[in-house]
Design a protein around this ligand. Sequence first.
Ligand code: ZN
Length: 242
Amino acid sequence: MNVLVISDIHANLDALTAVLKDVQDFDAVWCLGDIIGYGPEPNECIQVVKNLPGLVCVLGNHDTAALGRINTLLFNQEAQQSMTWLKANLTDESINFLESIHEKEVLDVATLVHGSPFNPVWEYILDPYIAKGNFQHFSTQFCFVGHTHQPIICSLKKDNQQLIWKQPKFGFEYIFEDKTILNPGSVGQPRDYDPRASYGIFNTETKSWTVNRVEYDIPKAQDKIIKKKLPTRHAQRLSGGW
Ligand code: ZN
């Protein structure tokens, strides 16, 4: 089964549409949270995601905050500002969809979370040290995470417990035998200084993994952010990928 793995769409419908156009064929979709927050088209993105085939989705911190389950004072000022806008604009249908999602999904071959298996909504796996401490918190061979908006591969060698931490080469197919944490990067707000939308393709039989990047109409997405009077920084960062 070919699985499209996406994360951190952040209400960027233009980026999401470009990803779905770029992927040739997939049987299922794993979505690692933060469908909304920052961007201008939250309801539209939820509508697209909820109709994707074989969808398994987990909650991100922005999704959780939109449901009023966490204090938005934990967010920076601009994120708070967009959260206020978001709460005023989310439809009941969107809220119902988010209410139906869990923080963690454990499938046959993979565990899905937004942040980390230890702290599914909040922890950022930003470095090998944090990653290493997380391997004891999932029992499947793979754990898929998002949240940092940076694609990463992290494997723990079975024989000598050596940790491998690297950025994937885009378009390159990796196959893993060891326990591995994989981050597909962000669809709608990349933060690795590459502004192109990021996504991964995972094959559950061959256990192969490829991260791809795709260009989309960034000025169009920025224009929507400005028109909806969301913080301009959220528009600016899209062109630099930061
Ligand atoms: Zn995010």
